[in-house]
Design a protein around this ligand. Structure first.
Ligand code: SF4
Length: 253
C-alpha cells in the first residue's frame, strides 16, 4: 500500500527545502545556453517552439532534483485532474507558443484538439462568460469562485482526465504538487496541503526571454506571429486567451 506523508511531515520537508542553497538562475541560464548552442543553424521558428518546450521541461527537472534531495514522492497521478479546474494564468505569448507547438503535431492529434476546442466553447459558454467577471487582481477569493464553477481547463480531455498538450502545459500545472493523501484535492475546492514551486516561474520567464532576445537578433517578432514584449504584458485565464487566439486565427467565431 502506498504511504503518503501527513501534513506536519510535509511541512517539515518544505522547511528543509526552503533552506536549500542553490543557484536556480545559473541552472536555467546554462540550460538555455546549451540549448541555443545546439540549435545553431536550425530554423528560428523551430528554435522558438523547441526552446519553449525545453525551458518548461527544465522546471520539471528542477522539481525532481529537489524532491530527490528532500525525499518527497508526489501523490499526483495520471488521471487525477482536480488542479485542471483551477484558474491557470498565462500570457498571450504562452498561448501563441502553445498553438505553434500544436500546429506542428501530427494531423490526427491536431484535428482532435481543434474538435475538442470547438466543443468546449459551446459546452462551457456560460462559464466562460462568468470568468470574465472574476478579477484575479482585485478579488482575493477569485480562486475559490473560479473552482466553484467547475470549469475544466480548455486543454483537459475529460474522458481520460489527461492534458491534451501535456508537453507544453504552463508552469502553474507543473509547479503545483501534492505530497499528502490525494483525497485532499477531491474533498476541497482549494486545499491548503499541496505546495507550489511557483518561484521557478521567474527563472522560466528569464530563460524564455534569453531565447526570444537571441531570436529577435535575426528575425522580427511579427514574422514569428507574436509581439514582444506586448504579448507578455497581459496575463489572463488560459481558456479566455486560448479562445481569443483561436478566434483571431479564424478557427472559430
Ligand atoms: S494545461 Fe493541461 S495540465 Fe494544465 S490545467 Fe490545462 S489540462 Fe491541466
Amino acid at each position: 500500500m502506498r504511504h503518503y506523508l501527513n501534513f506536519d511531515k510535509m511541512k517539515e520537508k518544505v522547511r528543509v527545502m526552503n533552506e536549500r542553497s542553490y543557484d536556480y538562475e545559473e541552472s536555467f541560464y546554462n540550460k538555455v545556453d546549451e540549448f541555443l548552442e545546439s540549435s545553431e543553424g536550425h530554423h528560428v521558428k523551430d528554435v522558438l517552439v523547441k526552446g519553449f518546450e525545453h525551458v518548461l521541461s527544465h522546471v520539471d527537472e528542477e522539481i525532481k532534483v529537489i524532491e530527490k534531495e528532500v525525499g518527497l514522492n508526489k501523490s499526483c497521478e495520471i488521471g487525477c485532474a482536480h488542479c485542471c479546474y483551477f484558474p491557470i494564468m498565462v500570457t498571450k505569448l504562452e498561448v501563441k507558443l502553445m498553438l505553434q507547438y500544436i500546429e506542428q503535431l501530427p494531423l490526427e492529434r491536431k484535428e482532435k484538439m481543434m474538435e475538442h476546442f470547438q466543443q468546449y466553447v459551446k459546452t462551457f459558454a456560460p462559464q466562460l462568460e462568468q470568468i470574465k467577471d472574476l478579477d484575479y487582481q482585485k478579488d482575493v477569493n477569485f480562486k475559490h469562485q473560479y473552482k466553484k464553477l467547475n470549469l475544466p481547463c480548455m486543454l483537459l480531455d475529460e474522458q481520460t482526465n489527461t492534458c491534451l498538450a501535456y508537453e507544453v502545459r504552463p508552469t502553474p500545472c507543473r509547479t503545483y504538487m501534492n505530497y499528502v493523501p490525494p483525497k485532499v484535492c477531491s474533498e476541497q475546492h482549494v486545499p491548503k496541503e499541496p505546495i507550489s514551486y511557483e518561484f521557478l516561474h521567474n527563472f522560466y520567464v528569464q530563460g524564455m526571454d534569453e531565447i526570444i532576445q537571441t531570436i529577435l537578433e535575426v528575425v522580427d517578432d511579427t514574422e514569428l506571429g507574436f509581439s514582444y514584449p506586448a504579448d507578455v504584458m497581459e496575463v489572463q485565464y488560459l481558456p479566455l486567451l486560448l479562445k481569443e487566439e483561436l478566434i483571431n486565427r479564424g478557427v472559430f467565431k
